[in-house]
Design a protein around this ligand. Structure first.
Ligand code: NI
Length: 182
């Protein structure tokens, strides 16, 4: 099992719980912290099978991966609380809002690939977690694009973890049956 300090991860969970206060998992009444803990548990399960010295970096980035993109928290604040490596990982996992929407994913994937594979794992785990039944208001086109984007993530980052790559491939396959009919 990869070594990581429960104290650091629970501090990050508390930090994220405060930062995301009032936010829900899209399309539900459930607290956003659920998404973050689901991503963290995907990463933790992979670390059991594929121990890594930087497992703590993966877990911290999993818990904090949306706090810069979706809250007032800054990269500098993450750096001062959790260190430069975690802050760099979270920054790479955050889409750049100054770019046109269509370019944001490819840009983020390029920046993630400049980080250690511990960070790549978080993006794989994030999309594994998000490939659930599409919201009712999504068109078939939108859901199809989301599935293609998942394939793009798998192609770019799958080398970081055979376990997570396998999980994501299964989710992409299963998502085909969940596509809206129109
Ligand atoms: Ni996420």
């Amino acid at each position: 099992m990869a070594k990581w300090q429960a104290e650091r991860v629970t501090q990050a969970l508390r930090f994220a719980a405060v930062a995301h206060t009032g936010q829900q998992v899209p399309g539900t009444d459930l607290p956003y912290l659920l998404h973050l803990t689901q991503v963290m548990s995907e990463v933790a399960a992979a670390l059991q099978l594929e121990p890594a010295d930087d497992g703590e970096l993966s877990l911290l980035c999993a818990v904090l991966h949306d706090c810069v993109e979706d809250t007032e928290v800054t990269v500098e604040e993450v750096a001062s609380r959790f260190g430069d490596a975690v802050a760099a990982g979270v920054a790479a996992l955050s889409k750049d809002p100054s770019l046109p929407k269509a370019e944001r994913m490819a840009d983020s994937l390029r920046r993630i690939r400049d980080e250690p594979m511990a960070v790549w794992k978080v993006k794989l785990a994030d999309r594994i977690t998000n490939l659930q039944r599409p919201p009712a208001h999504w068109s078939r086109d939108k859901a199809t694009r989301y599935r293609q984007e998942a394939q793009q993530i798998l192609d770019a980052l799958g080398d970081a973890s055979p376990r997570l790559a396998h999980r994501l491939r299964q989710k992409i396959d299963a998502y085909g049956a969940l596509l809206p009919t129109s």
